[in-house]
Ligand binder design. Sequence first.
Ligand code: SF4
Length: 311
Amino acid sequence: MNYVFGPVSSKRLGQSLGVDLLPAKSCTWNCIYCQLGRTKEYVTERREFFPKEDILAEILETVRSGKKIDWITFVGSGETTLYKGLGWLISEVKKATEIPVAIITNGSLLSLPEVRRELLEADAVLPSLNAGSPELFERIDRPAPGFTFERHVEGIRLFRQEYKGKLWVEVMLIKGVNDSEEALGELAAVLSGIRPDMIHLVLPTRPAPESVVGIPDEERVQRAVFVLSAAAPVLNPAKGEMNLDSAENLPDTVASIASRHPVQERELQAALGKLFGGDAAKIREAMGELLASGRFEKVRQGGELYWIIKA
Ligand code: SF4
């Protein structure tokens, strides 16, 4: 499979089948917390990077394999809506299956009427909004020229007016950057004007390209939940669990997940534990097999060990 990965277990979307439509990394932003690393060159023009028929074929093959899938989630190596055939893909998937479709996006292209139109058929759209002021927006998301805070907020606001599905705005809470009373108050005010169905608070638990990025302590997280609740119900940050369906081709399965985001070693051990019913010898053997494949290296970030794909 070139475009489809998972299903991956996620707290927010259950068993989520991921669809990646982009060459790595293609984005309009260069967020300080991006788990894909820094944006080397901004991509701002929409294109059909890969044939849409090939992507659809992979999605349908996986859906028909009978695996348990709660959501088909378009997400990927950059900004999802840069893919020009997205509207066609959503529409074809909706014709073929009743599994709901979610779009994870930074929301930067929602200012374009054609992008808003293409997303109307999706069951849930999850745009990002990490700041309530232009200064903080520039500092966190470091957008391509022309992608201003005002344009961003207006795009999401217009989309809200036209869209009947679930609008879940994702807020990345970063220690010492946007977790102050003032920053949260400004963000809550902007979110109130947008009226999302829900706010998903997320934490930078994965390796980030900038050392300034850290995880806020529990007290700050609770304060953020409290302040942002003035705008919409807030989903508390909680990590999704990793799930491994079978012991076959384990290095391939883990590599397909790690190519999208670094895998926390404890998550990997927990997933293997579930797969092997807690059999410690088998877990050790599988970890050994994965390491021996030579495809991964371990990095430490914020006290956690992560597995990444070897360069
Ligand atoms: S919008 Fe997403 S992919 Fe783009 S830089 Fe930010 S975190 Fe990375």
